[in-house]
Ligand binder design. Structure first.
Ligand SMILES: NC(=O)c1ccc[n+]([C@@H]2O[C@H](COP(=O)([O-])OP(=O)(O)OC[C@H]3O[C@@H](n4cnc5c(N)ncnc54)[C@H](OP(=O)(O)O)[C@@H]3O)[C@@H](O)[C@H]2O)c1
Length: 435
């Protein structure tokens, strides 16, 4: 007789429906591989009138959370989203001895530490693989396969919607607004895209990964963040002429064991020869660097019904299997300002009128000398776009130079410079004590 596992499902939207379908359609393969029979005993939704089109779901639908707990589930899957009521429901279920699986990045970024403590207190498991990178098993990799490594850095593309928009802007020279509209029509961007395009979604995921990789809790509000709304196709074109692709890069690194942490979510120039630069469309990618494993890169679909349901159902199947609990984390880490570590930057500016190449070259050489690594210009009708890659240029130098031009628009973006980042961090800087 096969062991039965009773499952409560909170939410039946994009992810919840995918979970329902995967458990129904793959029941045979799941039973064969686990020896268990997973049965969804209740499904909590908000709107009981909505048409669901899922075989058999009507019999277990409810809008009353107490009905869910009354059926004594072994595992509760939360795919409602947001902090409340998700947090309260999970807490109540834990108190009744339920293991928890969630895909909720906002909840795990804002209240994850508290939930970890509660799971320890109640002796239940808390799994949240789908909260970062959708179908990519990045959380399990850090938790189970990199325990003996000192992870000192990770970075990647953690938001598929923005990567899709940037890919199309760069390949088709379309404006942000036009691509966003089209992405919304195709279902790649939400009706309210602000969390994605302003970078908040990636910030949630970065915060979760920092807790796992460095054992530090950096509150979401302390993570420097800038979205992609002010990027233009000309800027992307200039960056490409200089050998870079612009990505909304989420990155974090720790300078020494228990040392200061630097993290950010920013539109960043990635060298075209990096594998990350060729990650297109809705794909996500994460590179993790550890002292022994060196570097690992994962690429996959970071969102969408099937990949996300896959991560949730795999978590469900692993629930009950021996599991390493979180071992606490530093709650007040020293977080460095982004400028402290990004020394190489891309300056993009749009100046009024036409500029001649020899005049520009002479002026650049005079101002930046050896700090100027590369530059390019793009004449337009009434403007000239100029792109510069400069190293070690401080804010004052940047302002001085800008004051010499009739500048209509300017941007100052970081450039990912790879492994050199740690090497060139002077010992003095590491020894600096926290203010
Ligand atoms: N979509 C993705 O690709 C993806 C990827 C990774 C992670 N996630 C995460 O997965 C979670 C769910 O995302 P989703 O895209 O599936 O959301 P969604 O399509 O908006 O679905 C939300 C579901 O939760 C139900 N719900 C909302 N508020 C509720 C409440 N107060 N009480 C009971 N039920 C409530 C809704 O009920 P009704 O159906 O009655 O409206 C709906 O079924 C989020 O945390 C999201 O960040 C999503």
């Amino acid at each position: 007789m096969m062991e039965k596992v009773k499952v409560a499902l909170l939410g039946l939207g994009t992810v919840g429906s995918g979970v329902w379908k995967m458990i129904s359609e793959n029941r045979d393969v799941i039973a064969r591989k686990t020896g268990k029979w997973y049965q969804i005993s209740s499904v909590l939704v908000k709107n009981p009138e909505k048409k669901r089109n899922l075989d058999g779901v009507e019999e277990v639908l409810t809008t009353d959370f107490s009905q869910v707990l009354a059926r004594d589930p072994d595992v509760l899957i939360e795919v409602i989203g947001g902090v409340e009521p998700a947090f309260s429901y999970i807490k109540k279920a834990m108190a009744k001895g339920c293991h928890i699986v969630t895909a909720n990045k906002e909840l795990m970024a804002k209240r994850g530490q508290e939930l970890e403590e509660l799971s320890g207190q109640y002796g239940v498991q808390l799994r949240y693989e789908a909260s970062v990178g959708g179908g990519i098993p990045v959380i399990s990799t850090i938790r189970h396969f990199l325990k003996a490594n000192r992870i000192y850095r990770f970075y990647g593309i953690l938001n598929g919607t923005t990567n899709y928009i940037l890919t199309r802007m760069s390949e088709e020279a379309c404006s942000f607004a036009d691509v966003l509209k089209d992405a919304q029509e195709k279902g790649y961007a939400e009706a309210d895209p602000s969390s994605d395009v302003e970078g908040l979604d990636a910030v949630y995921k970065l915060s979760i990964l920092m807790r796992l990789a460095f054992q530090v809790h950096v509150p979401v509000s302390q993570i420097p963040c800038q979205g992609i709304t002010d990027l233009s196709p000309q800027e992307l074109q200039l960056a490409e002429m200089l050998g870079y692709s612009v990505k909304l890069l989420a990155r974090a690194e720790q300078f020494g064991e228990n040392g200061p942490v630097s993290c950010s979510v920013l539109p960043t120039l990635v060298p075209l020869h990096y594998s990350l630069a060729s990650v297109r469309d809705v794909y996500n990618a994460v590179t993790i660097e550890g002292d022994y494993v060196q570097d690992l890169t994962f690429v996959g679909q970071g969102a969408g019904q099937k990949p996300t349901a896959s991560a949730v159902v795999e978590d469900l199947l692993n629930t009950g299997i021996s599991f390493e609990e979180e071992t606490g984390c530093q709650t007040n880490p020293w977080v460095l300002a982004g400028e402290d570590v990004f020394l190489t930057r891309f300056m993009w500016l749009k100046v009024r009128g036409q500029v001649t190449k020899p005049a520009l070259e002479a002026q650049l050489k005079e101002v930046f000398a050896s700090k100027l690594l590369r530059w390019a210009m793009l004449p337009e009708q009434a403007h000239t776009s100029i792109g510069l890659i400069v190293q070690g240029c401080n804010e004052q130098e940047r302002k001085d130079w800008l004051s010499r031009w009739d500048v209509e628009q300017s941007q100052n973006r970081p450039v990912l410079v790879g492994k050199t980042l740690l090497d060139r961090c002077p010992p003095l800087f590491l020894a600096k004590t926290k203010a």
